[in-house]
Design a binder for this molecule. Structure first.
Ligand code: FES
Ligand code: FES
Length: 160
């Protein structure tokens, strides 16, 4: 089947097998390998991307289901060479160790902060439940998200 998708602002048209998972389409066809595969069974969250702005585990969808959709992967987060505040937060607050879970967490948190611009620690921890990290103990991940939330709120303040 032929599908058309917009990924990180660029249009793609490809012939795909109906059984191809979206995560494999991104990694193997488009070579966007920032989206990781940890389990292939919708548990770990490493494959999380935005589908029409909503965080989605890309191992849970077939590529054909994304036909006509707008997708954002971790490769699309930084703009004009500037890190997204979440990426900056993870860097500044040591939110990663091996980094395998990081792309999925970033994409989930992008969507979360859009709806919870000033989240409590409890809300952040709740939102992270679908993303498994084997290295960090989550402490610095939470701090990284808090860093980003503070920065994004400041950026939105109207200058006096
Ligand atoms: S690879 Fe998709 S949730 Fe683990
Ligand atoms: S930083 Fe290694 S799995 Fe999360």
């Amino acid at each position: 089947m032929q599908i058309q998708v917009k990924v990180n602002g660029a249009d793609y048209t490809h012939e795909v097998e109906p059984r191809l998972l979206l995560v494999h389409f991104l990694r193997d066809v488009l070579h966007l390998t920032g989206t990781h595969i940890g389990c292939d069974t919708s548990i770990c969250g490493a494959c999380t991307i935005l589908v029409n702005g909503k965080s989605t585990k890309s191992c849970t969808m077939f590529a054909v289901q994304a036909d006509g959709c707008e997708l954002t992967t971790v490769e699309g987060l930084s703009q004009n060479g500037e890190l997204h505040p979440l990426q900056e937060g993870f860097k500044e607050m040591h939110g990663l160790q091996c980094g395998f879970c990081t792309p999925g967490i970033l994409m989930n948190m992008v969507n979360f902060l859009e709806h919870h611009p000033n989240p409590s620690e409890e809300e952040i921890r709740h939102a992270l439940k679908g993303n498994l990290c084997r290295c960090t103990g989550y402490q610095n991940i939470v701090k990284s998200v808090q860093y980003a939330a503070t920065k994004m709120l400041k950026n939105e303040e109207v200058p006096a």
